[in-house]
Structures are given as C-alpha cells and as structure tokens.
Write a protein that binds this ligand. Structure first.
Ligand SMILES: Nc1ncnc2c1ncn2[C@@H]1O[C@H](COP(=O)(O)OP(=O)(O)OP(=O)(O)O)[C@@H](O)[C@H]1O
Length: 220
C-alpha cells in the first residue's frame, strides 16, 4: 500500500512539475535537460516532505468510512484531565484494539471551542459549556483509528447524560452530571472529518502499523 501511494503521488507530482517545466522548455529548448533534472529533483524531494497520512481510496481527514482507516476524534474534557483519568480512558481504546494516530494536550481557545460546538450555539447551556472547555485546564485531543471506530467510540463513551449512561461505558463508570461528562467522541463520519481537521493538521496524523493490527482488524 505504501509503495502504491508513493508511486501515485510521484506520478501526480511529476505530472504537475513536468507540465510547468515543459512549457518553459518549449520556449528555450536548450535548457530542457537542466529543467527536466531540476523538476525530477523537486519531485523526488517533495516525496520526503509528504505528510504521513493514509491515502487509501478517497479518504478525508477521518480516513475512509467502514475500513480499517476510519478515524474518530476523541477528546478528554477538562474534568477528565483534572480528575487524572486520562490513562484509564486511553487504556479502554487501546485495549479494544484501536490505534492512536494523534494526541496532544491543548488549552482550547474560545474560538476553537465555538467552532467545535458550532451546532450548539443557540442552546441555553452554550455559554457555560464554553466557559468550562476554556477554563484553563487542558483537554486531551486524540485521533483513534480502526474499523467502525466512530460508532464504537460513541458506544464506549455512552449517553450524553451520565445519569442515563450504562455501566461499562466511560460516562456510565466515571461521570455523574451532563455538564461534566468527561469525554467527547465524533458522532458521524462528517463530524469526525470536521473535528479532526479543526484540531489537527495532516502532518500530525501518523501512519504506522501496530503489532496486533491484523489480529484485531481482520474479519476472517
Ligand atoms: N442540558 C445540558 N446542560 C449542560 N450541558 C450540556 C447539556 N446538553 C449537552 N451539554 C454539553 O454539551 C456537550 C455536547 O452536547 P451534545 O448534544 O452534542 O452531546 P454529545 O454529542 O453526547 O456530547 P459531545 O459532543 O461532547 O460528545 C455535552 O457533551 C455536554 O458537555
């Protein structure tokens, strides 16, 4: 897969570069070999500068839905960090078999929080939600990868109101009130795409093979 990606990218990079250079070369034919060499060097160098994102199929920042490249944005909110439950939450996703492809500690700005929860802007609790997310205690922003991770991530997190969350879910085991429900998980492929793009840039998303990947993700 990696070599296929590299080849495809090289062809694309080459096509782009050669088109530009060939046009200028047509005006000054004697410079063509030099331009060709420079174009090839630029094309080769650009391969090394590529961000390590998976380019399987037609992925977005959330990979490709229903494949092992599917990704979800998971965020441990300030109460989870403050209560020192980060390790326990990460352990649940790791133990399930999902792959951590990005993680960082962030004190979110009001602007970032507004964009993340844009669909809730008219809710009466929005002001409090904003205040809570931007209180100065960091959140842990993560991208987890694997088959069905968006749906399973929501199942693992549990109902929005911890009072209704089943035991065994993160909110059901660790949270009590809706205003301090510990964790966020993308609720759809579109949300995952938007949220990963909001919190991370492509260069921050790693592509690697975890040792148990095939044993966890293969269907038969
Ligand atoms: N009635 C409420 N009172 C206070 N806070 C609320 C209320 N409803 C939702 N929230 C807060 O807003 C967040 C986003 O609400 P939403 O309806 O999108 O639920 P969710 O998708 O389960 O949560 P999240 O987006 O955080 O994963 C909730 O997680 C919670 O922190």
């Amino acid at each position: 897969m990696i070599s296929k990606i590299a080849t495809t990218t090289a062809l694309r990079a080459g096509a782009r570069t050669f088109t530009t250079r060939a046009t200028s070369g047509a005006r000054t034919p004697s410079r063509f070999p030099l331009a060709f060499g420079a174009a090839a060097a630029v094309g080769a160098a650009s391969l090394y500068m590529l961000p390590s994102v998976q380019l399987e199929g037609t992925p977005t920042m959330a990979g490709e839905l229903s494949t092992t490249s599917e990704r979800s944005f998971i965020m441990i909110k300030p109460d989870g960090v403050s209560r020192q439950l980060v390790g326990k939450i990460i352990d649940r996703f790791e133990s399930r078999g999902y792959k951590l492809v990005a993680i960082k500690s962030v004190v979110p700005s009001a602007d970032l929080t507004r964009q993340h929860y844009a669909d809730l802007a008219n809710k009466p609790f929005f002001g409090e939600l904003l205040k809570y997310l931007t209180c100065g205690t960091p959140v842990i922003a993560m991208v987890w990868e694997g088959k069905d991770v968006i749906r399973q991530g929501r199942n693992m997190v549990g109902a929005t109101n911890p009072a209704a969350a089943l035991p065994g879910t993160i909110r059901g085991d660790y949270a009590v009130t809706i205003g301090r429900n510990m964790i966020h998980a993308s609720d759809s492929f579109e949300s995952a795409t938007k949220e990963i793009g909001l919190w991370f840039n492509k260069q921050e998303l790693a592509q690697y093979m975890s040792s148990g990947w095939a044993m966890t993700m293969e269907d038969n």
